[in-house]
Ligand binder design. Structure first.
Ligand code: FEO
Ligand code: CA
Ligand code: CA
Ligand code: CA
Length: 564
């Protein structure tokens, strides 16, 4: 993350205009290539594996620099309409429920660039692996594991689900965040799977039961025998992602957001110190420590007098970190709100749906506050937090932070140049040239609404925002998603010659817009095999993993005599 002004292959491009085409669009000079999509099969030495649905987070773990590596990928949630056509949970067969359970969790894919620079999956490979909604067994760690006071948790969980975004650790593991775990009883998984409901929130109506899901999970992509872990010390909430700050011989710090309207921003500070190179010790770091929630002054939420109206809240202030008690870990948001009082929670802890949190190399914490209808915040913002003394391990009395809203969503920018503003920021990443990359997640129901306040924005997109210079904070549009898709998981290879993007839920509104399962002409996106806008090749939309690479510079004067 060196902010060295070193030119990135992805920092100089001609920005795209907004688009409503059913296509994955990149600027001239770049190429977007699908590596894998839902249903694709790959193999390891034990057999065949199927790539899951709704890919979200991804991270690249090198095997051979930026030419060959492992992609750790989240599959967030199933979509019964697209997978088998039965949307009423009561009517699903056991096999249909099993298909859904097998389609979530994580994929570990061995990938490699060929001689033409095209990425593909290496198969068979011993590294290729799936973690699904019910296998393998993951181990609980931390204060609530196998603790009689929290009887719904126990020692282990079967599989992982609701894996939204995630993070990496400096000891070479991947963290995967279980986010909307409350949705699964509604899919009919509880009856079908165990006959009990204790693994998730009972009937889903309250968030007060101990449970097997809603945790940050840790996996080692390099080691197929590694037993995944669920870390109770990091709390149980709608975990979006993790972003670490690691200093040798200091406690390890992990920032996290609770992606729900009026959710909080959290920080974990480990009991153990981070020791570079001492992997076995570092693997214990997330098992014990203290969790804190940000207290924001003068108020935590960015509020407006009406949707699209005038801002009624300050754009900066101060804050501190309030310790989360052990009893609050199990249902973090609700129990803190109960403890401090809901009015106090709303005023000083609640934020506008924190999606990704990322730490810049100078220690600044960037938080994507995506939007919040209860605060009339239609377009969201990106907030920056600066720890007092730049020391994130100092907490409690006197340990303050300052914050400011760095970039606001909305139809600003410079129309006509492709620089129209972003809206509903979700995942974030940095490049070496010092730019912030932002992907957007405007919900498809909003995009399809005739009175859509995001009409200027059109399809979801990938933006680059310089953090300094004359264009600081301007959103340059780098890529457009196909219809009704969200861009997720932006991740650069170490050499920044490749940007991986996951395309999630193309055509997701099909069942709400009269679409018929199996009648492909009725699907609201045909991507990636066809194009709804042009009518070419009607086909079922497929959530897919894409690699964007720069095309070789065109040699216009190969003999150097100044004539083309
Ligand atoms: Fe699954 Fe917070 O997005
Ligand atoms: Ca997200
Ligand atoms: Ca989102
Ligand atoms: Ca999503």
């Amino acid at each position: 993350l060196a902010n060295t002004a070193e030119p990135s292959d992805f920092s100089a491009f001609r920005a795209l205009a907004a688009s409503a085409a059913d296509a994955f669009e990149v600027p001239e000079g770049y190429r977007a290539h699908v590596i894998a999509g839902y249903g694709d099969q790959f193999a390891n030495e034990d057999g065949t594996l199927t790539y899951g649905f709704n890919n979200d987070y991804l991270a690249y773990f090198p095997l051979n620099g930026s030419q060959e590596g492992l992609l750790f990928i989240n599959h967030e949630y199933p979509a019964p309409f697209f997978q088998h056509g039965v949307t009423n949970a009561a009517n699903k067969t056991a096999a249909q429920v099993q298909l859904e359970q097998d389609s979530v969790g994580n994929s570990i894919l061995h990938v490699k660039r060929d001689a033409d620079g095209i990425w593909g999956v290496v198969s068979p490979s011993r590294y290729n692996r799936r973690i699904t909604g019910n296998s393998p067994t993951l181990q609980f760690t931390g204060p609530l594991a196998d603790n009689a006071a929290y009887p719904g948790i126990g020692e282990t969980a079967s599989g992982s689900l609701a894996n939204c975004s995630g993070g990496i650790t400096p000891w070479g593991t991947a963290l995967s965040c279980e986010e909307n775990y409350q949705d699964y009883p509604g899919l009919g998984w509880d009856q079908a799977r165990t006959g009990t409901t204790d693994y998730v929130n009972g009937n889903g109506s309250t968030l007060t039961s101990p449970a097997k899901y809603g945790w940050v999970c840790e996996h080692d992509p390099y080691d197929p025998s590694f037993v995944g872990r669920k870390h109770t010390a990091l709390g149980r909430f709608r975990h979006e992602n993790t972003a670490f700050r690691a200093v040798a011989d200091k406690p390890f710090v992990l920032y996290m957001g609770d992606d729900v309207n009026n959710g909080g921003v959290y920080k974990f500070v480990s009991d153990l110190r981070f020791r570079p190179g001492r992997r076995e010790e570092n693997l214990k770091i997330l098992t014990s420590g203290k969790l804190y929630i940000a207290y924001w002054a003068p108020q935590s939420r960015r509020t407006f007098d009406a949707p699209g109206g005038n801002l009624t809240s300050p754009t900066g202030g101060t804050g501190y970190w309030r310790e989360v008690t052990e009893a609050e870990l199990v249902d973090t948001n609700a129990r803190i709100a109960a403890s401090v009082g809901s009015a106090e929670f709303q005023l000083h802890y609640a934020t506008n749906r924190p999606e990704d949190v990322e730490v810049d190399e100078d220690g600044t914490v960037y938080i994507a506050l995506t939007n919040n209808s209860t605060a009339n915040d239609t377009h969201g913002s990106i907030r920056r937090l600066h720890e007092a003394g730049n020391d994130p391990t100092a907490v409690g009395q006197g340990a303050q932070f300052t914050w400011e809203d760095y970039a606001a969503g909305g139809p600003t920018g410079r129309p006509g140049t492709g620089e129209q503003g972003f809206s509903s920021p979700d995942n974030l990443t940095f490049d070496k040239a010092g730019n912030l990359w932002v992907v957007t997640d405007i919900s498809s129901s909003v995009l399809n609404n005739p009175t859509n306040p995001n009409a200027y924005h059109r399809n979801n997109a990938v933006f680059m925002l310089p953090r300094s210079g004359p264009n600081a904070g301007v959103a340059f549009r780098f890529a457009n998603m196909p219809l009704e898709a969200e861009a997720t998981g932006p991740y650069f290879t170490p050499d920044e010659q490749t940007l991986f993007i996951n395309v999630q839920h193309p055509g997701e509104e099909t069942p709400n817009r009269g679409g018929v399962y199996g009648t492909v002409e009725t699907y609201t996106s045909y991507w990636p095999k066809g194009n709804k806008t042009t009518g070419q090749n009607p086909s079922k939309p497929i959530p897919s993993l894409v690699a964007i690479t720069k095309l070789p510079d065109v040699e216009t004067d190969p003999d150097g005599d100044d004539t083309p």
